[in-house]
Design a protein around this ligand. Structure first.
Ligand code: 5GP
Ligand code: ZN
Length: 114
């Protein structure tokens, strides 16, 4: 989608601190980190919200979750623990309408979230 911030990051039209990229996914550091490590994992293909996921997307979403776990291991906090979050729509706190998995780690995280 031409007018989507995360599509532009995926295509490198807008710079970001990339952590990983492959044919399917891109991972980059959040511009406003909420933990020592705060990475966003996105599919290259534009999907606006979780509400739009279809069965064909299962492989993509599974790969997003496994990439989060791999980055947590690389960043050294997999054993200590971390959080992954998908926000969906307004009440879920979604502000960028291209699905993204937040990976937060490097400090103890409280529960429940706000
Ligand atoms: P949401 O609130 O939609 O779940 O998360 C959107 C995230 O994108 C926020 O954590 C926000 O800080 C991050 N973000 C917004 N604009 C940019 C940007 O231009 N670059 C990067 N790296 N992160 C961004
Ligand atoms: Zn997009």
């Amino acid at each position: 989608m031409t007018d989507c911030l995360f599509c532009k990051i995926a295509s490198r039209a807008i710079p970001a601190a990339l952590v990983h990229e492959d044919d399917q996914l891109v991972a980059f550091r959040d511009i406003n980190p909420q933990a020592p490590t705060h990475v966003l994992i996105i599919p290259r293909r534009h999907i606006s919200t979780l509400d739009e996921l279809e069965a064909d997307d299962d492989v993509t979403v599974g790969a997003m979750v496994r990439l989060a776990a791999a980055i947590a291991r690389e960043e050294g906090f997999a054993a200590a623990g971390y959080r992954t979050v998908f926000n969906c729509n307004a009440d879920g706190g979604q502000t960028v309408f291209h699905i993204h998995l937040h990976l937060l780690g490097g400090r103890p995280l409280t529960w429940p979230p706000g």
